[in-house]
Design a protein around this ligand. Structure first.
Ligand SMILES: [Zn+2]
Length: 437
């Protein structure tokens, strides 16, 4: 290598290191949209991981410490053990850079084992692998590139893939390495990006939330989330057993059997509560990560609980609101007495709605709309008026959000017809919205 080039690389390295000191690393998970990827490309992906496995085992068989890395990552045919004999396999998708990193990773493993050995720990050898689940993509712009507009990921040698979740990546950031992951037949990309430390880049987007008893959570983008962690039948049975168990009036204690059953009931409740907490966290986390401004009404949830009891208890809406308050960067609270239901989301006309009216038609402009979506919109509008911001959401983030929410166990997420702008809301969309609720 000529001296000048060496010098240049060194300088560049120093520059990057200095820059990183002012930045924080963040990692985002991007999902491959299998429904929009051809069979051929999917089988190529599968093949890539297979080749990764072959190459890994090839390196292990050679003995990792006496490798000639330069020669080895140029290798494009390896022997693969099939039953008792070896067969030659071609590496047509695994690039030199990918191979380079597989070698590096194995060498690190050997080093780590060696260190453990020195400390007197008993260590085995590196074993052959049965499958490979991650492939390192070392260089953004080379091994892989992302196209935010087309929503595609390009992988060197494999082509373009439609992906979901790119909108999480902030506009102003340095995209660096990524890991291509295979998980139960689905493919993901874990991208590492660097953002400025002080002024963390936020998605300057806003979302309004309406909490209610029927649909639980409704977002101003039209997404509705229901999450019912059903109390299992066996709890009801247990409760029957418990209520029939003998109660000693003197000692104020239940019989031994009754006490045992009570322990079981408590366990079931604890498990159910954990599930709910987990769901709350997942939804709130997503909202906080994707929307800088989150508007909600300070509803008297405690009063609801008294009035409606069990239903609310099951969804723990209050828990969701509290989690949200903690997580979002700019929570916008709308007072509990502000009118948010029965306001037309298109013309602003206000009317009185009974609790049973889930869909209403605006007497002024004639638009049919979902009660909760319009309420969430109203919450969003009111809060933004308070902060004097004008912000918008986009369709891409809505479909990504829906996708994400659907992936959470015990959560039912759907989209109400009338969440779009009035222009799009005519005709077919209107017919759709009538069915809501
Ligand atoms: Zn109207």
């Amino acid at each position: 290598m000529p001296i000048e080039k060496n010098e240049r690389i060194r300088n560049k390295g120093r520059e990057t290191r200095n820059k990183r000191k002012t930045q924080t690393a963040k990692s985002f998970e991007i999902k491959f949209d299998k429904s929009k990827i051809s069979k051929e490309k999917l089988s190529n992906l599968q093949r890539l991981f297979l080749e990764g496995k072959w190459f890994t085992n090839y390196i292990i068989s050679k003995g990792i410490t006496d490798l000639v890395p330069y020669r080895d990552y140029k290798v494009n045919k390896v022997n693969v053990k099939v039953k008792d004999k070896f067969e030659e396999r071609e590496l047509r998708l695994l690039s030199s850079q990918m191979k380079q990193y597989i070698i590096k990773r194995l060498q690190n493993n050997v080093k780590a084992l060696h260190e453990l050995g020195k400390k007197g720990k008993k260590v085995g050898k590196i074993k052959y692998i049965k499958s490979l689940h991650s492939i390192f993509l070392m260089q953004y712009g080379n091994t892989y590139t992302l196209d935010m507009k087309k929503r595609t990921l390009h992988i060197q040698g494999l082509g373009d893939f439609k992906v979901i979740g790119l909108e999480q990546i902030p506009n102003a950031c340095d995209i660096t390495t990524a890991n291509l992951i295979e998980r139960n037949g689905d493919y993901f990309l874990h991208v590492t990006v660097y953002v400025p430390k002080e002024e963390e880049v936020h998605n300057r987007k806003v979302i309004g939330i309406d909490l209610c008893i029927k649909d639980q959570i409704t977002f101003s983008n039209g997404i509705k989330v229901k999450y019912n962690v059903e109390m299992p039948k066996r709890v009801k049975k247990l409760y029957k057993v418990f209520s029939r168990s003998q109660y000693n009036n003197e000692t104020k204690e239940r019989s031994k059997r009754g006490q045992k059953v009570l322990v079981k009931i408590k366990k079931e409740f604890a498990r159910e509560n954990n599930q709910k907490k987990d769901i709350n966290n997942k939804i709130a986390h997503y909202v906080a990560a994707n929307y800088e401004f989150v508007a909600y009404q300070n509803d008297p949830i405690n009063e609801w609980q008294r009035l409606f009891g069990r239903r609310i208890y099951q969804t723990s809406i209050g828990g969701f609101r509290d989690t949200l308050k903690r997580k979002v960067s700019t929570p916008l609270e709308v007072g509990r007495f502000a009118k948010t239901t029965g306001i037309c989301m298109y013309c602003g006309y206000s009317l009185h709605l009974n609790l049973s009216e889930r869909v209403f038609k605006c007497p002024s402009c004639g638009h049919v709309q979902d009660r909760d979506v319009s309420a969430a919109k109203a919450v969003e509008g009111l809060s933004l008026r308070n902060v004097g911001e004008t912000l918008a959401d986009d369709d891409a983030s809505t479909s990504n959000m829906l996708e994400y929410l659907k992936s959470i166990p015990h959560v039912k997420a759907s989209i109400a017809g009338e969440a779009r702008s009035p222009k799009q809301a005519d005709g077919a969309q209107e017919a759709q919205s009538v069915r809501v609720g």
